[in-house]
Every structure is written in structure tokens, then in C-alpha cells.
Design a protein around this ligand. Structure first.
Ligand SMILES: O=C1C[C@@H](O)[C@H](O)[C@@H](O)C1=O
Ligand SMILES: [Co+2]
Length: 301
């Protein structure tokens, strides 16, 4: 059965185009009210929580004024570094915050050993790796996160991510094979898998039944090539324009969207494109994405 596109799929855009959690100085003048109002102007239904967002009371107030919803929030997990018990305590607080926002998704990434915030590591060659014992610990911990999240009516969406121990399709296959489908879902991020592996359809095709959340991140392949040749860090790569919004880069989102719809995907698709807001006006980028989605993906469905 296919999705009913209008009812089953919600469209969001992430704060990362306005302000970047990994480099707080980027876009620091874009405040919450401005960001949320831009999202409404561009025509999206919601967003994810950014690192600078306030507590639930103030945030719910600002969201209600604009009829916006929260899809979820990134959680930096340290199961390997801190052990399952301590990591789970932090995760439970995360779920309580999401629950107060009525948000359905906890985006999880195991950040032990990640190089995504390094000032020197080459994002294309220096990624993290886990030992077999660490893999077992992460999978066990993620299953436990799934149980915690379920108490709050929330789903765990695991985010494969450049620079981390779970980046490639092969690594994501291993994660999916060793976690419980009822407890751990997959966040499919087009941009991360396209830069990691080149091919971005195989991951979706093989794990479509586990996908509970989606990030639409486009890639400028010429910029990616330049960044790869220079051996840049993750931050320098996105500041040099490696990522952009759908419709502005080289990925084809049509087969991705068609696959999701054909498989009866129900949930959020969040546009997420980290760039330098001083070079790429966030509202203009949001409008480009919205136009592309309407004209190339939704129309005719
Ligand atoms: O989902 C994401 C959250 C960001 O903080 C991260 O660095 C970005 O690349 C991403 O895909
Ligand atoms: Co993402």
C-alpha cells in the first residue's frame, strides 16, 4: 500500500541552516522567533529542536503562535564512553523533554570517537571504528534506549553519520541486523550516505521497513570532490558548501520519495542542510527546497 502523501507525510526543515549546533558562532544572530517565522513563511509544518532552543513551556508557546510542530531532536549518545546505565539516564531526560513537546522521534547517534567536530581530522578518511565488543555494547544500549523511548510514546531513529563508527551502509547493515526492529528504527539521511558511499539508494532499498525518520540533505558533488581532494574536516566541508537543500544540489530525490511513498512511509521528512548562513540565506534556501518538493516530488501524486 502507498502513503497518502497529504495525510501521512509531514514536511519540516531543521534549524541547522540558520544556526549550527556544532559551531555555535555560526548564525548566532538568528534567534528562535526569526527561525520559526521563516519556517512558516517558507511553508513547512515543523522543525527539529536546535541546541539553542528553550525549555518546553517557552518553546510550546512560540510553536503554538505559528501552528508549528516539533518532529524530534538529535541526541549525542555515549554508550561506549559512559556505559549503558549512565548513557540511558541522559537519554531518558531527552525523552522527557521530547514528550513535553509532543515530538515523536529521538534522533540518536553514537558519538564516542566521532571526528565530526575535530579541527584537524579528514572527514573522508579518518572516521571512527568500533571493536566487536563495542559494537555489542552499542546495539544492546540502543535496544535499551528503544524501551525507554517507548514509555514516552517516542521512537528511536538511529542516524548513520559521517565521521562516526556507524557511517557506511555496511556499518548500518550491521546495526540493523543486531538491534530489535521493534525498538530501534533508522533515520535515513540522503546527504550522509551519498558522501560516505556515493550510492544513496541501496541503504533505503535494503532497510525501508526500518525507516522511521528522514533527513533530506542535498550534496554539491563538485564541492564534495574539492573538499575530498583537500582532505577537509566535516565543518570546513560544509562551510565550503558541500551540502545544500534539495533542488539545489546533485542528488535526485524523486526515486527516494517514490520509494518512501510506495512503501507506505508515515512520518516526517525534514530538510536539513548545513551551510554558512552568511553565504546561503536560510529563508531563501528554505523556499528553494519547498518549491522543489512541491513541483518535483508532490505534484501529480
Ligand atoms: O542530523 C544531523 C544533525 C547535525 O547536528 C549533524 O552534524 C548533521 O550533519 C546531521 O545530519
Ligand atoms: Co541528518
Amino acid at each position: 500500500m502507498s502513503s497518502n502523501v497529504k495525510e501521512d507525510i509531514k514536511w519540516g526543515i531543521a534549524p541547522i541552516g540558520w544556526r549550527n549546533d556544532d559551531i555555535p558562532s555560526i548564525g548566532k544572530d538568528n534567534n528562535l522567533q526569526q527561525l520559526l517565522s521563516d519556517i512558516v513563511v517558507a511553508g513547512f509544518q515543523g522543525t527539529e529542536v536546535g541546541g539553542f532552543f528553550p525549555g518546553p513551556e517557552k518553546l510550546n508557546y512560540e510553536l503554538k503562535l505559528r501552528n508549528l510542530q516539533i518532529a524530534g531532536q538529535w541526541f549525542s549518545s555515549f554508550i561506549i564512553r559512559d556505559g549503558i546505565e549512565k548513557a540511558s539516564e541522559a537519554f531518558e531526560k531527552h525523552c522527557q523533554y521530547l514528550h513535553a513537546l509532543n515530538a515523536p522521534i529521538a534522533v540518536v547517534s553514537e558519538q564516542t570517537y566521532t571526528i565530526q567536530r575535530s579541527d584537524t581530522a579528514n572527514i573522508f578518511t579518518d572516521k571512527a571504528h568500533f571493536t566487536d565488543k563495542e559494537w555489542d555494547e552499542v546495539c544492546k544500549g540502543l535496544n535499551y534506549y528503544g524501551e525507554i523511548a517507548a514509555k514516552y510514546g517516542i521512537k528511536v531513529a538511529y542516524h548513520h553519520h559521517m565521521g562516526t563508527g556507524i557511517q557506511t551502509k555496511e556499518e548500518t547493515d550491521r546495526l540493523m541486523a543486531n538491534t530489535d526492529p521493534k525498538l530501534v528504527g533508522l533515520l535515513y539521511d540522503t546527504g550522509h550516505i551519498a558522501v560516505s558511499d556515493g550510492d544513496y539508494m541501496s541503504l533505503l532499498n535494503d532497510h525501508i521497513d526500518r525507516v522511521v525518520h528522514v533527513h533530506f540533505k542535498d550534496v554539491r558533488r563538485n564541492k564534495e570532490k574539492e573538499c575530498r581532494e583537500k582532505g577537509l574536516t566535516f565543518q570546513d566541508s560544509f562551510l565550503n558548501g558541500m551540502f545544500t537543500v534539495p533542488g539545489d544540489g546533485d542528488l535526485d530525490f524523486k526515486p527516494v520519495f517514490d520509494k518512501l511513498v510506495a512503501n507506505n512511509y508515515k512520518g516526517w521528512i525534514v530538510v536539513e542542510a548545513e551551510q554558512d548562513p552568511a553565504k546561503a540565506n536560510p529563508l531563501e534556501m528554505a523556499q528553494i527546497a519547498h518549491k522543489y518538493i512541491q513541483e518535483h516530488l508532490i505534484e501529480g501524486k
